[in-house]
Design a protein around this ligand. Sequence first.
Ligand SMILES: *[C@@H]1O[C@H](CO)[C@@H](O)[C@H](O)[C@H]1NC(C)=O
Length: 223
Amino acid sequence: MRALVFLAFFLYQCTVVQGVDFLIELHEVKSILKDQKALLEELKNQGQGNGCSCIAEIRYQLNELKSTVAEQKVKLEALQKQLADKPTVAFSASLIGHGGQTLGGYSTEEILKFQKVFTNVGGAYSSTTGKFTTPVKGVYYFSFTAFANGKSSMGVHLRKNGEQIVAIYDYNSNHKDVNGANRSVLMLEKGDEVYIGLWSSLYIFDSYNSVSTFSGFLIFPSE
Ligand SMILES: *[C@@H]1O[C@H](CO)[C@@H](O)[C@H](O)[C@H]1NC(C)=O
């Protein structure tokens, strides 16, 4: 009987007393959970708000970048094409380029045929005619040097289709060595002819030193 009473008391302890404790604890846990739920809700709302504007901004920036890249691609392709289409034109030659020889004393002006060709990229210069023939419309640079020794007077000029452009000369035949150089930038049409003319009754000298020269190149083509 005593044991029974004890057991009953024990059961009471477990279910009622401890059950009350459980209830209190459960209640506390519930309220903590409730707080955390509210907190989570708050965070979620904040996150969603930020998330929305952030993603919209990133999308906008991405679209901007995409259109910039597309524009640059078009420009790059145009530049690539321009570079690929750009003709390469450059030449340089000296009048004789070996030994030593004076030319001149002619009764009329003579087109000089520069024989020793150093460079002729594009093949626009002809040592047979002495003429440079413009392969494409554009802006070109030309330079020339002339030398005369002994008692010779020297005079040459650059001509474009017969028109005199720039000259170098020295009529004083008392000068031992006479030399000069000149240059010009010309806007040329396709097929224009540029060459060096030796003035009538004047002289020019060249040797293995290549002191009398004619050079030119395309700076840029134009439409
Ligand atoms: C170059 O040519 C110009 C025009 O003919 C002339 O005035 C100038 O003196 C020349 N330069 C030289 C170094 O002869």
